[in-house]
Write a protein that binds this ligand. Structure first.
Ligand code: MG
Length: 371
């Protein structure tokens, strides 16, 4: 029986992980559940899964009465992460670079981390991977593309290039003028994947692919990374070997598969995903980097390193917030990120404090400039 902690249990990945654990109760126990601020759902999850401890990151969401019948140990705020220390695997599925300190504490404990948060790696990949190596922490990717690469790399041999697939999002065929009209409500839904709001918007702008290119750079310690546009999201990513052989991982798009592998490895556990339908073509589209240039910004960050990843991530977070508040257009998001990235000095950063400071600085600046 594997004891699992879910750091971010009420989000899209967290709830899908609980579905998986609920269907495989003999092998997995959801022993610790930690939510950001959705106390009502956290309590319902605790009643159903009977964890030994639950945590709430947002102290202002704490309500003693609602927790009176939970029957689990409760921790609030920064102490919540400590509940995870006794578990075998921590599914780290909170969104955003704000989670950096908590992630670093788990890494320093040498935990096995199923990592679904991409912003931390994008902002501080260098520091995270160095520290993980030093402390013996194992990081298993949950992002579907990186899970695919991670699985393909198990074949062994010398790698020429990693190729991530991008769906292109729902608006890939639209003109610039049509894209200008997209509303936050429209952009918050993904055609193929069941995902949270921020990542759905990131997918629509293709900034998600920029984040994932940088994520891959750190997870697999290579700068030979590219992407192709494959709108069906059936090929989850590929690895081209030195001799030209290409390995790919395919399935119906369903996050339960990468979640299941990250929690089950080295075993494989059925996760309820639909049987694959072979009665359809798999296509690759031409890149439209004149309009969807966000992945090029990701490549720029891979090339330049240093502070560029944190800069891209912070600028994007601020721009997405402005878009959600209807202060800027959909197409302004990538423009704002590009402007910030190309006008910032590249510098080496070796502490999380500095990353967090830079992040705050950029977010505030962009937000204030666009009010
Ligand atoms: Mg992905």
């Amino acid at each position: 029986m594997k004891k699992i902690a879910i750091f971010g249990s009420t989000g899209s990945i967290g709830t899908q992980a609980l579905d998986f654990i609920g269907a495989n109760e003999r092998d997995f126990k959801a022993d610790v559940l930690i939510a950001h601020g959705n106390l009502d759902l956290l309590v319902r999850q605790a009643e159903k899964f009977r964890p030994s401890a639950i945590g709430l990151l947002d102290e202002s969401a704490y309500n003693k009465d609602k927790l009176s019948n939970v029957g689990a140990k409760v921790a609030v705020g920064r102490e919540a992460v400590e509940l995870c220390y006794d578990c075998d695997t921590v599914l780290f599925s909170v969104v955003g670079a704000d989670a950096l300190y908590d992630l670093m504490r788990l890494i320093r404990r040498g935990k096995r981390i199923a990592l679904a948060n991409k912003e931390c790696l994008v902002s501080a990949g260098n520091i995270i991977m160095k520290e993980a190596k030093r402390c013996g922490a194992e990081i298993v990717p949950v992002d579907s593309e990186h899970s695919a690469v991670w699985q393909c790399l198990r074949a062994g041999g010398e790698v020429q290039k990693i190729v991530l697939t991008a769906s292109g999002g729902r608006y890939y065929r639209m003109s610039k003028e049509e894209l200008d009209e997209i509303t936050p409500e429209q952009a918050a839904v993904h055609p193929n994947w069941k995902m949270g709001k921020k990542i759905s918007i990131d997918s629509a702008t293709m900034m998600n692919k920029a984040l994932e290119l940088i994520e891959a750079r750190w997870l697999f310690d290579t700068t030979n990374i590219d992407y192709v546009v494959h709108s069906e999201s059936v090929i989850h990513s590929m690895v081209i070997m030195k001799d030209g052989a290409i390995f790919a991982e395919l399935s119906e798009p369903d996050m339960r598969l990468p979640i299941s592998i990250a929690l089950s490895y080295p075993q494989r556990t059925p996760c309820g995903i639909k049987e694959f339908a072979f009665d359809r073509p798999l296509t690759f589209l031409n890149k439209r980097e004149d309009v969807f240039f966000a992945p090029c910004l990701g490549k720029y960050c891979i090339l330049k390193g240093g502070s560029t990843g944190a800069t891209l991530d912070a600028a994007n977070e601020a721009a997405v917030k402005l878009f959600c508040e209807r202060r800027i257009k959909f197409t302004d998001i990538a423009e704002i990120v590009k402007r910030e990235l190309y006008s910032s000095d590249v510098r080496e950063i070796d502490s999380i404090d500095e990353i967090v400071r830079l992040h705050e600085e950029i977010k505030n600046k962009i937000y204030m400039n666009n009010l």
